[in-house]
Ligand binder design. Structure first.
Ligand SMILES: Nc1ncnc2c1ncn2[C@@H]1O[C@H](COP(=O)(O)OP(=O)(O)OP(=O)(O)O)[C@@H](O)[C@H]1O
Ligand SMILES: O=P(O)(O)OC[C@H]1O[C@H](OP(=O)(O)OP(=O)(O)O)[C@H](O)[C@@H]1O
Length: 302
């Protein structure tokens, strides 16, 4: 492959490893973006679209997109803010994975239990920009200046080990399940931000001609994301209870209602958010719904 083979192609940055990588590959497959990545090659051509995929560290993607070196990318909201690229990239779509919180953590049984007590001490993190801004504010509130200010130290990984190793009094790190934090004997005392994976594009795109490809890819990815968020719920209900039923399952626009051979009954079909489905089924049973079926979606456009 040479630079010419990339001409006219949309460059789409994908995390090359780590927490977001597998999910991104699933999204690409769901959106029928076909490619074969050769061993160790970080750029590959998409077979069925004028796109080249560029595999990069998640933390580098905000600046590549923000500076217009690539046109589209997937990364975490946390690393966009850490790279200070929020003004230079446009969030096109939230992707409903990579959800985590950036939190201040301290040893559970230690002397430091509030951020005010931690201020002025040593904090280890991979997010030195965001942690620096956060503790600067606290230092200012507490009138800490010069040598008294919080010492922020960068490490590239395994942040949670820093307190046990005697390198830090507290850390700032990502938390999802909390397993890593608890295993290290830490607990959270403050949250800097919540984050999830997002599709981003440059706020000042260099290639306007690629806008239709960006639109197409966005719409396909949005379909895959929505399919993961919703299920289809179908059930039978007495016609006289239809009003109650459609209050429970209003659907996105409106539920589909079909007559049954038995005129006293109707069948209802409606999209329901996955996270609500157990409650919705309980409510439907209470009003006498029968034959309640839930179907997963492979893909959709809604
Ligand atoms: N435990 C987690 N649960 C959900 N999402 C996470 C989690 N940890 C990280 N993320 C998200 O994935 C992104 C990449 O984190 P990860 O730890 O996989 O980085 P990495 O690829 O190993 O690091 P780098 O590429 O910077 O060397 C984070 O910026 C965050 O948005
Ligand atoms: O709350 P949890 O579900 O335990 O997830 C949190 C962990 O996930 C991330 O690290 P990751 O495992 O991706 O590896 P890293 O430390 O090498 O970045 C993060 O830095 C935490 O260590």
């Amino acid at each position: 492959m040479n630079a010419d083979s990339l001409n006219g192609r949309l460059l789409f940055a994908i995390p090359k490893k780590g927490r977001l990588h597998e999910k991104c590959l699933e999204l690409l497959a769901g959106a029928d973006i076909q490619f074969r990545r050769h061993h160790r090659l970080d750029v590959c051509l998409v077979k069925n679209h004028p796109i080249a995929l560029v595999f990069l560290p998640a933390s580098d993607i905000p600046s590549f997109v923000g500076k217009g070196n690539v046109d589209l990318g997937i990364t975490g909201q946390d690393v966009i803010l850490e790279a200070q690229m929020q003004e230079h990239v446009t969030e096109v779509l939230k992707l409903n994975f990579g959800k985590c919180a950036l939190q201040v953590q301290v040893p559970e049984a230690g002397p430091v239990q509030t951020v005010e007590q931690l201020a002025g001490k040593r904090v280890v993190t991979s997010f030195e920009v965001l942690s620096g801004k956060y503790f600067n504010k606290i230092d200012d509130q507490l009138n800490l200046a010069g040598e008294q200010k919080t010492k922020i130290e960068y490490v590239g990984g395994s942040v949670e080990a820093a307190c046990a190793l005697g390198l830090a009094d507290g850390i700032v790190d990502l938390v999802e399940s909390g397993d890593t934090m608890r295993a290290a004997g830490l607990h959270a005392i403050a949250t800097l931000l919540q984050s999830e994976a997002v599709l981003i594009k440059s706020s000042t795109p260099k290639h306007q001609a690629l806008e239709p490809v960006i639109k197409l890819i966005t719409s396909r990815i949005a379909g895959v994301v929505a399919a993961g968020r919703y299920v289809v719920c179908e059930y039978n209900i007495l016609r006289v209870r239809l009003h109650d039923a459609t209050t429970i399952t209003p659907g996105r626009r409106a539920p589909t209602i079909s007559p049954l051979e038995d005129e006293a009954w109707v069948a209802v079909s409606s999209m329901v958010e996955k996270s609500r489905v157990a409650n919705v089924m309980d409510e439907l049973v209470k009003i006498g719904a029968e034959d309640i079926l839930i179907f997963n979606l492979d893909n959709c456009r809604v």
